[in-house]
Design a protein around this ligand. Sequence first.
Ligand code: G3P
Ligand code: CA
Length: 268
Amino acid sequence: GTKKPNLSASILNIAHRGASGYAPEHTIPAYALGQKMKGDYIEIDLQMTKDGHLIAMHDETVDRTTNGTGRVKDMTLAEIKKLDAGSWFNEKYPALANPAYVGLKVPTLEEVIHRFGRNARYYIETKAPEVYPGMEEELLRVLKRTGLINGRGRTNKVIIQSFSQESLLKVHQLNSRIPLVQLLWYETAGMAQITDEEIKNIKRYAVGVGPNYDKIDQAYVSKVRQAGLEIHPYTVNEPSEMKKLIRWGVTGMFTNYPDRLHRVLREV
Ligand code: G3P
Ligand code: CA
């Protein structure tokens, strides 16, 4: 028979906050499950503590994903480490609750990299960079110290993403060899449009874009691809949506269910 083109080989399966559909987001078990489910990348959101440590957390406050309250920027790492980052999940999702999640700690970026090593791949977001001056410098320091960036400043294990163009430009200025992805958020009533000017501007520093999936269409994906940019929509959890986006030509996607995407990719 005719050989099907191997579409799936080049489509990245990005475990969003780990396999966060099954385990508490941004904890070691969530990341481990993402790896086990064949995610290509571990997605990590970064916040920075008062004493300058980068931690894996989505929100600027610890309120939603720990048993504590307060702003990360006002807390030391030692204070963050006292918190329970797993019990909230058991309470919110009784059907998925696991006693092993009780008492999980918030990991630092460095701990995550030490745990999963230099063979894993990391898709790291600078969150709220305006709140954390110096977070880009610290990120690059951690990547160097852990060997994810080599002596020549190169890496094939890390993508850095941000909604903040300023933050990406800063990283680009510090190290122009790390692949960057510009995140985009559309809340238009209709479908999102991207102009030639916007594409040209993004291409100066980034290898791709990451839009919310629900406002893009075939035309959007084609335009971005024809310009030579990668496109990794977020956060895609339904197999029907995954299939549609793959048909349109996306080059990866963020999902809380890397197992579902792996299954879909095996079928296409
Ligand atoms: O980084 C892609 C996607 O995660 C962006 O949204 O809020 O989940 O970080 P958020
Ligand atoms: Ca993110």
